[in-house]
Design a protein around this ligand. Structure first.
Ligand code: NAD
Ligand code: UDP
Length: 320
């Protein structure tokens, strides 16, 4: 019989790609989502697939799934700063109560669970690059605290279920990931810059643009998650691409890629915006034999083509 996997956040960017991957691997996939930041469009192509079912459900309410479950991928959570600033309480609830429900379900079903943690557990890091031993530098009461602390709690309760109940758990610390199916208006830097280029608007760099990020293409991320889930490793693992770039240089790359002559304008840096971020992926290499394969140039071309080819109606819809 096929393995059965529950994917929370299935209608979101990463969740939808994970649904595709696990279906391709022959799994029976149950996608769950309340559509607060996701879009059914992302999984529309799966609705008639025999091994896929969709449950419209808010996981901060009790989570029930009939029948056996072998795995849970817990990806439900707003992930973009403007989303979690708009819905701070839901963000805290899904990271805490939602995670509790997923862990409880995993325990009941004797399923292995992987949770989507984040590089944000390192906050505005004082160690560079960030390895998994670094405890982080998070402002609990700052605007990003609702996300960062929810994710830190998520890691903590996951380890508690592992240590206390012997539950099989995996923790992925995901670094900035991009690709098709991101929401054009989700405020994250890649859809923001591409959207601006497509609309002929100025490119908005926050601060002086000297802050850095390291962008991972979605296919690489999915491969890392897949390997981590099937590994026997229960400590956190960074999954990201160490190729670091300043946001100003990245804005220049976007202008080149899109062949536009947009101006770069500078806007205020949001509070607690991390100044540098780069994953140390030594552990992922050693434990999972994984490292990213897709260069930023290749990944950005695919992503740009995706946004450019969305029909005008879809573009408008995705700007909801
Ligand atoms: P996304 O917003 O596209 O997807 C999140 C999905 O979760 C959405 O479909 C949303 O509707 C759903 N959701 C939110 N609250 C829910 C609830 N209470 N019940 C049911 N569904 C709910 O974001 P994403 O980029 O795909 O991120 C997915 C996960 O990966 C998140 O947990 C995020 O924290 C984590 N992550 C992502 C990145 C990244 O760069 N994309 C980086 C670090 C961590
Ligand atoms: N950023 C920017 N202009 C934008 C959107 C984002 O300069 O229009 C910056 C933002 O301040 C941050 C970086 O790009 O320094 C990455 O932002 P994103 O929201 O994508 O991810 P995160 O800050 O969560 O890593």
């Amino acid at each position: 019989m096929a393995n059965r996997i529950l994917i929370t956040g299935a209608a979101g960017f990463l969740g939808s790609h994970l649904c595709d991957r696990f279906l391709k691997e022959g799994y029976e996939v149950i996608g769950m989502d309340n559509l607060i930041t996701g879009d059914l469009k992302n999984i529309e192509h799966l609705m008639k697939v025999q091994n896929f079912e969709f449950h419209h459900h808010d996981i901060t309410k009790f989570v029930h799934v009939a029948g056996d479950l072998d795995y849970i991928l817990h990806f439900a959570s707003p992930a973009s700063p403007i989303d979690y600033l708009k819905i701070p309480i839901q963000t805290l609830k899904v990271g805490s109560i939602g995670t509790l429900h997923c862990l409880g379900l995993a325990k009941e079903k004797d399923a292995r669970i992987l949770i989507a943690s984040t590089s944000e557990v390192y906050g505005d890091p004082l160690v560079h690059p960030q390895d998994e031993e670094y405890y982080g530098n998070v402002n609990a009461i700052g605007p990003r605290g609702v996300y960062d602390e929810a994710k830190r709690f998520q890691e903590s309760i996951t380890m508690a279920y592992h240590n206390f109940h012997g539950l099989e758990t995996r923790i992925a610390r995901i670094f900035n990931t991009y690709g098709p199916r991101m929401r054009l208006n989700d405020g994250r830097v890649i859809p923001a810059f591409i959207g601006q280029a497509l609309r002929g608007e100025d490119i908005t760099v926050f601060g002086d643009g000297s802050q850095t990020r390291s962008f991972c293409f979605v296919d690489d991320q999915v491969e890392g998650i897949y390997r981590l889930l099937l590994s026997d490793y229960s400590q956190p693992v960074n999954i990201g691409n160490p190729d670091e770039i300043s946001i100003l240089d990245f804005a220049k790359e976007i202008i080149k890629l899109t062949g536009t002559d947009q101006k770069i304008i500078f806007e205020q840096l949001p509070k607690d915006d991390p100044m540098q971020r780069q994953p140390d992926i030594t552990r992922a290499k050693e434990v999972l034999g994984w490292e990213p394969k897709v260069s930023r140039a290749e990944g950005m071309q695919i992503t740009y083509d995706y946004f450019r080819n969305l029909s005008q109606t879809e573009l408008e819809k995705r700007e909801h």
